[in-house]
Write a protein that binds this ligand. Structure first.
Ligand code: ADE
Ligand code: ZN
Length: 341
């Protein structure tokens, strides 16, 4: 298939996005607009200057600027505007279902109430369902560079919202903050009926992926790239049918891979791993989900069948019931068969 044909195939492919930090969808233009609205001064002269600062050599470089950027988010309307902009952009990429992470501690530590954040995001999720036909789930992430007590306090703050929060994630600086640090708070979250996922094996070693499985009892792994360094772990992930939420452009921008031709996504598929394609922090890494599909398809020479498999994995790995996933899978099959679905 020609590159243009493959791009059109990707564009029309129904897909779910399972690894998206809503704060990472804050485009520089929105950052300036919110700073103006909230009468804040940014340490950048222009949108171009912000974009020029997005040259990262590792995860921490990015996180420093990402947390600073999030400081323009103050009101419920800010969180609503942030999330609805993401949903509009995702809909244009054929995303039919999105499971979005948020980092409440980034906001509550600045004095923004948990309810302000949650009400804004949930309002946008409702609006996206109504006006764009996109379903979504909300995943509360604990910041792993903070301590266990802070994670427990966040779980307590979330108590009034637990019927609208699908699950718990674990993000931020990975190396030096192993999953074991959060075993007890993940257990408490699991006992409240929340689903569990964690970033593991992005920069951290395969041992962190083992810990996420054995100590946190996650049902998904976010990233998981470094699991491939451990053959027994890889086999275990294949046999468990564990979904990996892989983020190619993020991996490139954070120097997890040297160039896209070295990205492990095709190897993951060849090994039988249930990989998916996601944008992570699209405003910072140069692209939304279809940009990620296009980048890996071109660099790794993915076939139409492989691309369709990635999209299929996104629906079967989503926190949807079989009945909820079925129409998406049927639309995907129709698209693959050449019928617009
Ligand atoms: N927070 C936002 N994006 C992240 C990533 N790629 N890894 C860890 N924490 C994050
Ligand atoms: Zn992430």
């Amino acid at each position: 298939m020609s590159e243009a044909g493959l791009d059109a195939f990707i564009a029309g492919l129904p897909k779910a996005e399972l690894h998206l930090h809503i704060e990472g969808s804050l485009e520089p233009e929105t950052m300036f607009a919110l700073a103006r609205r909230n009468r804040l001064t940014l340490p950048f002269a222009s949108v171009e200057a912000v974009r020029a600062a997005y040259a990262f050599s590792n995860l921490q470089d990015f996180l420093d600027i990402y947390y600073a950027g999030a400081s323009v988010l103050l009101t419920e309307e800010d969180f609503f505007d942030l999330a609805i902009a993401y949903f509009r952009r995702a809909a244009a990429d054929g995303v039919r279902h999105a499971e979005i992470f948020f980092d409440p501690q980034t906001h509550t530590d600045r004095g923004v109430p948990f309810a302000t954040v949650a009400d804004g995001l949930l309002g946008a999720m409702d609006e996206a369902a109504r006006t764009l036909g996109i379903s979504s789930r909300l995943i509360l992430c604990f910041l792993r560079h903070l301590d266990e007590a802070a994670a427990f306090a966040t779980l307590k703050a979330a108590e009034p919202y637990l019927d609208r929060i699908a699950g718990i994630g674990l993000d931020s600086s990975e190396v030096g903050h192993p999953p074991s640090k959060f075993a007890r708070v993940f257990k408490a979250a699991g006992e409240r009926g929340l689903r569990l996922t964690a970033h593991a094996g992005e920069e951290g070693p395969p041992a962190y992926v083992h810990e996420a499985l054995d100590l946190l009892h996650v049902c998904r792994i976010d990233h998981g790239n470094r699991a491939l360094e451990d053959a027994a772990l890889t086999k275990r992930l294949v046999e468990a049918g564990m979904t990996l939420t892989v983020c190619p452009l993020s991996n490139l921008r954070l120097c997890v891979v040297r160039d896209m031709a070295q990205h492990p996504l095709k190897r993951m598929l060849d090994l039988g791993l249930k990989a998916t394609v996601n944008s992570d922090d699209p405003a910072y890494f140069g692209g939304y989900v279809n940009d990620n599909f296009r980048a890996v398809a071109a660099a790794l020479g993915l076939t139409r069948d492989e691309i369709a498999r990635l999209a299929r994995n996104s629906f079967t790995g989503a926190w949807l019931t079989d009945a909820e996933a079925a129409p998406h899978l049927a639309a995907l099959d129709a698209h693959v068969a050449g019928v617009s679905g």
